[in-house]
Design a binder for this molecule. Structure first.
Ligand code: KG4
Ligand code: ZN
Length: 343
């Protein structure tokens, strides 16, 4: 099978991103080569508001998408003639932003006579570990980002089933909201991780949600409420650091506890035992280490994407697009942007 080269576009939240990825398809999924990956973060535009403002995000995507795409194309030694298709995130996400990248992708596909592939952002995260290593399907996936927290059985592109999900907040959302209560900047996850490194949370008692439940669901609202309450009693920077450490450990423990159930069930029906964690929260070192230990305990290999591909990027969208293209799964030009789009 010949290699497929795809331009990917990502505009579903607060990064405007474009990337060119080449896939060498094989029966097991194939090997990916990232030829370029450009990410323009809007953090500075939103920082003053303590979170992403959808209207500002959409306008910023309009301002940046052409330039970011031009840079991603300039870094590869070929023009649009070298592409086999154009992939764009079509949801889920902030729909004003999604429309910018999707419309830009449609226009480019029409102008160049290339096939368009509408990609689910979550499917992008699901394949992101394949950007750093040749990972064969199937695998068990923990997807933890700002908007999502779920366990998925990934059999291949377009062939994934959810075996657990959060019943309230996403893990990254919990990081962000608790970080805000501690007076840390946006985005809160990385800031809370830095603060936690100075603290010792072992004396702080936080609720353990859904413990002992038989399913693989998550809940972070009880932890969030308790952390908010304790944050109000923090007097010193050390108090704050101790709370940050306790919160990080509590989130890591819940992720590992719920994953353990999924690992045990998965191992009963699969000989190829691989556990992958992806999404922005997978950039957290404590969480990676905790999940790696949990995987090892159950006889699973463990993999997380390279740091740069944990948080939002377009390389994962280009790769998901290339894998879809290899299967002939292209989209009509009138495909719509979807604010909600469960896998
Ligand atoms: O995947 P992503 O970039 O966007 C979504 O699709 O949601 O994930 C962003 C989320 C944010 O909530 C951010 O705080 C969190 O990932 N995050 C982290 C870390 N880096 C990013 N959370 C904990 N520790 C980190 N180092
Ligand atoms: Zn994401």
């Amino acid at each position: 099978v010949r290699a497929l080269t795809v331009l990917g576009l990502e505009t579903s939240c607060d990064e405007t991103a474009a990337s060119v990825v080449r896939l060498h398809p094989s029966e097991m999924g194939g090997r990916a080569e990232v030829l370029s990956s450009v990410v323009h973060s809007q953090i500075d535009d939103h920082a003053a508001y303590g979170g992403v403002v959808p209207e500002i995000a959409a306008r910023s995507h309009v301002e940046m998408i052409a330039e970011v795409t031009r840079r991603a194309m300039a870094e590869v030694d070929m023009g649009y003639d070298g592409l086999d298709g154009i992939a764009a995130t079509a949801g889920p996400g902030l729909v004003g932003g999604v429309m910018v990248g999707l419309s830009f992708g449609k226009a480019a596909a029409l102008a160049r006579g290339l096939p368009l592939v509408a990609v689910n952002h979550l499917e992008g995260h699901a394949v992101s570990a394949r950007l750093g290593a040749e990972v064969a399907y199937p695998f068990l996936l923990l997807l933890v980002s700002g908007g999502h927290c779920q366990l998925l059985e990934v059999r291949g592109i377009g062939d994934m089933s959810r075996i657990g999900a959060t019943i309230d907040d996403a893990a990254g959302e919990a990081f962000d909201k608790i970080a805000k209560a501690l007076g840390l900047g946006y985005p809160g996850g990385p800031a809370l991780e830095r603060l936690a490194a100075q603290g010792d949370g072992s004396k702080i008692d936080l609720p353990r949600a859904l413990l002992g439940r038989k399913d693989c669901d998550f809940s972070f609202s009880g932890l969030k409420t308790a952390a908010f309450r304790i944050a109000q009693t923090c007097e010193t920077d050390q108090d704050k650091a101790d709370l940050a450490d306790a919160v990080q450990n509590a989130i890591a423990r819940q992720l590992s506890d719920r994953s353990e159930r999924a690992l045990a069930a998965y191992a009963e029906t699969h000989d190829h035992r691989l556990f992958v964690v992806a999404g922005g929260v997978a950039a957290n070192k404590t969480i990676r280490a905790t999940l790696e230990a949990t995987a090892a305990k159950h006889g699973f290999d463990f993999l997380a994407p390279p740091m740069a591909y944990c948080t939002d990027n377009a390389a994962m969208i280009a790769l998901a697009g290339a894998e879809r293209l290899a299967l002939g799964l292209t989209s009509d030009i009138d495909v719509v942007a979807r604010p909600r789009w469960p896998l």
